[in-house]
Design a protein around this ligand. Structure first.
Ligand SMILES: Cc1cc2nc3c(=O)[nH]c(=O)nc-3n(C[C@H](O)[C@H](O)[C@H](O)COP(=O)(O)O)c2cc1C
Length: 218
């Protein structure tokens, strides 16, 4: 947990200045302490240390920080710059608790999860990402937008987690009032939800990656 926060704060300071990896008031055990971090180091460390966070502190993400996260999202590339996405951010407790009640009704076993507070992995802020039902690039564009949002959040010490499991619950009849509150454009479908919040609990370990899936061909 401390490691996540430290990593986030460290990156924030580094990104703000593209300078030292720590500021003088913070303890830093890195060998590079006192040295300048390159843009490449800042960016790659941010990408490689981002993890799906599945437990959060109760306070909602600061809306100014979230505005920056959204801005980073919409600066993602999109086919022909069509920006085929709709993003709706929710931090209203009644919305989150209402959808949670519906999810628990449908899947009572959810309550057995340790520290269960809500269906969004206990996140206090959730972004709903939607794209046109008929679109050549919508899902791809939304994927790029989503990752931009998650990486920018991580650089500010904000955890996130993509939640595909939210979609069938949101599409269920019981959740219709909540879908209506999202005011998605006509013909759009909900693709994924993204949990955002300040991390609580232990630092997640990176699930193993299969490096053989990507290689040069000659
Ligand atoms: C489209 C998509 C849907 C996902 N849905 C869920 C989900 O419903 N619940 C969950 O806990 N994690 C979900 N995840 C997170 C993945 O499990 C996670 O990204 C993966 O295990 C790799 O871990 P990392 O993000 O920490 O690197 C989803 C990720 C993606 C990209």
């Amino acid at each position: 947990m401390k490691a996540i926060i430290k990593s986030g704060i460290t990156l924030m300071a580094a990104i703000a200045t593209i300078g030292c990896c720590c500021n003088k008031e913070q303890e830093c055990n890195k060998e590079c302490c006192g040295e300048e971090l390159s843009k490449e180091q800042v960016v790659t460390e941010n990408i490689l240390t981002r993890r799906s966070v599945r437990d959060y502190k109760p306070e909602a993400v600061d809306r100014e920080q979230m505005a920056k996260v959204i801005e980073c999202g919409i600066y993602a590339p999109s086919a022909m710059n069509k920006q085929t996405w709709a993003v709706r951010v929710v931090d209203a407790p009644d919305f989150i608790e209402g959808v949670t009640a519906i999810a628990v009704e449908q899947m009572p076993q959810l309550k057995e999860q340790p520290n269960f507070r809500n269906f969004f992995r206990n996140a206090p802020t959730v972004a709903f990402i939607a794209c046109p039902e008929e679109s050549y690039s919508g899902e791809y564009d939304c994927g790029l937008l989503s990752e931009n949002m998650m990486l920018s959040a991580w650089s500010m010490g904000i955890g996130s987690c993509c939640l595909g499991s939210v979609v069938p619950v949101m599409n269920s009849e019981a959740a219709k009032p909540y879908m209506e509150r999202l005011q998605l454009p006509e013909g759009y479908k909900l693709l994924v939800a993204i949990a955002f919040g300040y991390p609580a609990g232990d630092a997640p370990v990176a699930p193993e990656r299969d490096a053989t899936k990507a290689y040069y061909v000659e």
